[in-house]
Write a new protein. Structure first.
Length: 147
């Protein structure tokens, strides 16, 4: 048994009637790019180690070391890095675990398209059912932007 996947991409569809036929033009629109990268950079790892080594802040509210950390990478990223790489001992000391090579990056996190199909097919439904009206076409031209 095969599983079919339905996918809606951001496209503009233009229709034309020519010699009694319906012509479709499918024009790709700007896709949603994934811009985040969960892998840690060497600079972020160094900053986490400095954060973990900082003395405990007894003042009420957010510790100054945490505010600095959140200001450097943004609060959501700081929280993600904390949850992923720092563990707290029973006495309150923080330990930064060494990331695996697959969890690290040295270059920039470039925008990319994830989960993009390898081909595009067009189907139409009428009173008689569902019919494939365009055989699959390759999407290989878009491959440089797809991961």
């Amino acid at each position: 048994m095969t599983a079919d996947l339905g996918l809606l991409l951001p496209v503009r569809i233009e229709t034309r009637f020519k010699n009694g036929d319906l012509w479709l033009r499918v024009v790709p629109d700007e896709p949603w790019f994934a811009r985040d990268d969960p892998r840690i950079t060497p600079g972020e790892l160094d900053a986490l180690r400095r954060y973990a080594a900082a003395p405990a802040d007894p003042s009420p509210g957010l510790p100054a070391a945490w505010r600095d950390r959140a200001a450097q990478v943004g609060a959501p990223r700081a929280a993600y890095l904390y949850r992923t790489f720092i563990s707290t001992a029973a006495d309150g000391t923080l330990t930064v675990r060494a990331p695996d090579p697959a969890e690290q990056r040295t270059g920039p996190a470039l925008p990319r398209i994830t989960g993009f199909p390898t081909e595009l097919a067009v189907w139409a439904a009428d009173g008689a059912g569902l019919h494939q009206v365009l055989t699959p076409i390759s999407m290989q031209l878009l491959r440089p932007w797809v991961s």
